[in-house]
Design a protein around this ligand. Structure first.
Ligand SMILES: *Cc1c(COP(=O)(O)O)cnc(C)c1O
Length: 404
């Protein structure tokens, strides 16, 4: 992989049927065949370039998949109707009844709930570990372990996973390292660091316009074909297929991802420094005192920065709520879950996106009540934005006037 990830996307050219500068959208769920023999071969997976039925694949979905595979540096990719569609299909493809997963304990709430409450019904057990403690990861591996699962930058605590070391451990034990890279597209390339499979929720930064849900799994030809297999493929049989119209729309948004990530990162780093100077416990991987700063810096593709996510602690849930409501009133952003939008989004993870995680465990993880998670937007003048945030902080009494 000699080119940078954004260049690899840029180098992909697709033309429409009539010479359009964007590829034509495949507006069909089914496809005709000139000969019955070709239809049979396509079913058997032996007719390259032929389409059968759009739950299996469609031209628009293949274009988007190809672009995302180029971005992550994998042989292939399959797009899904949502990030959870991608995650659940991958884990159910890799693990059967009696198998075991070693998983980071600080992960997206939906993934946590799936493993803890749902996958166990199929006889798949999970050990949740502190992913930054490599010894704990190794100890958790059992004879029946198939997968190590983590997020490169974890939700919502922004812990950084040491992907190189995790890859070394998983290779030694013949496991698959699966990495959810939703928080750090372009910034981190997990495959380069040794991961086997990379997943994204396209809903977030990659699509970037908060108008759809979507997901992708990037991996080897063999794994992606296995997911699509008509007899036992989790993508094909669980059926969380992306619609072609959406795939076309996400592909167009992907074209500006590098510019957006640079701006998200620039704005987030600026605010993180300011919040820290103001005395808030601020978590942002771009801050020198962040536990994973050095590791992230070693792993990252520098151009795109440390991403758009940061958290601050304002002391209590009440204060957090008051501040978020006021910031919304001042049009600084929206009190909403999700991330990667042009507008800043904020929420209190303990009572929203991570509410699937029991309170006890939230405490153990360091998820405190007054935590606000920010997805920093694409604001043109972030210094101006900061001034208005500061006024809000003073007004709700989490920042004293002298300091401000
Ligand atoms: C949002 C998110 C998901 C789930 O994606 P959906 O598109 O909402 O299904 C998975 N992982 C992470 C890190 C996320 O932020």
């Amino acid at each position: 992989m000699k080119n940078k990830p954004a260049d690899r996307i840029q180098d992909l050219q697709y033309f429409g049927e009539f010479g359009g500068v964007n590829p034509s959208i495949s507006d069909s769920s089914t496809y005709t065949f000139l000969s019955a023999k070709t239809m049979f071969d396509t079913f058997e997976g032996n007719a390259e370039g032929c389409y059968l039925y759009s739950r299996h694949s469609s031209p628009s979905n293949l274009y988007l998949g190809e672009a995302l595979a180029a971005m992550e540096g994998t042989e292939a990719a399959n797009v899904f109707a949502s990030g959870m569609g991608a995650i659940t299909a991958t884990l159910l493809q890799l693990c059967k009844a009696g198998d075991h997963i070693v998983c980071s304990r600080t992960i997206y709430g939906g993934t946590y709930a799936f493993l803890k409450n749902f996958a166990v019904q199929f006889g798949i057990q999970t050990s949740f570990v502190d992913i930054t403690n490599l010894e704990a990861v190794e100890i958790a591996i059992q004879k029946n372990t198939k997968t190590i699962y983590c997020e490169s930058l974890s939700n919502p605590l922004l812990e950084v996973a040491d992907l190189k070391s995790l890859a070394r451990i998983s290779k030694k034990q013949h496991l698959k390292l699966v990495v959810d890279n939703t928080f750090s597209p372009l910034s981190i390339s997990p495959i380069k660091l040794g991961a086997d499979i990379v997943i994204h929720s396209l809903t977030k930064f990659i699509n970037g316009s908060s108008d759809t849900v979507g997901g992708v799994v990037c991996g080897s030809h063999d794994f992606i074909n296995a997911l699509r297999n008509v007899n036992d493929g989790a993508a094909m049989l669980l059926g969380s297929t992306m619609d072609s119209l959406r795939a076309a729309s996400v592909l167009k948004n992907l074209r500006t991802l590098h510019i957006r990530m640079k701006q998200h990162s620039y704005n987030a780093l600026f605010l993180a420094h300011k919040f820290q100077e103001d005395g808030f416990r601020t978590v942002y991987p771009g801050l020198k005192n962040h536990q994973g700063n050095e590791l992230f810096s070693e792993m990252m593709n520098e151009d795109y920065g440390y991403g758009g996510m940061l958290t601050i602690d304002v002391g209590s849930l009440n204060k957090a709520n008051e501040l978020m409501e006021l910031m919304q009133k001042k049009n600084l952003g929206y009190l909403a879950v999700s991330l990667g939008f042009y507008k800043t989004l904020f929420s209190a993870p303990g009572s929203s996106t991570s509410s699937e995680i029991p309170e006890e465990e939230q405490k153990l993880m360091g998820l405190s009540n007054g935590l606000i998670r920010f997805s920093i937007g694409l604001d043109n003048d972030i210094a101006r934005t900061y001034q208005i945030i500061k006024e809000c902080m003073v007004e709700v009494g989490v920042l004293n006037t002298e300091m401000a």
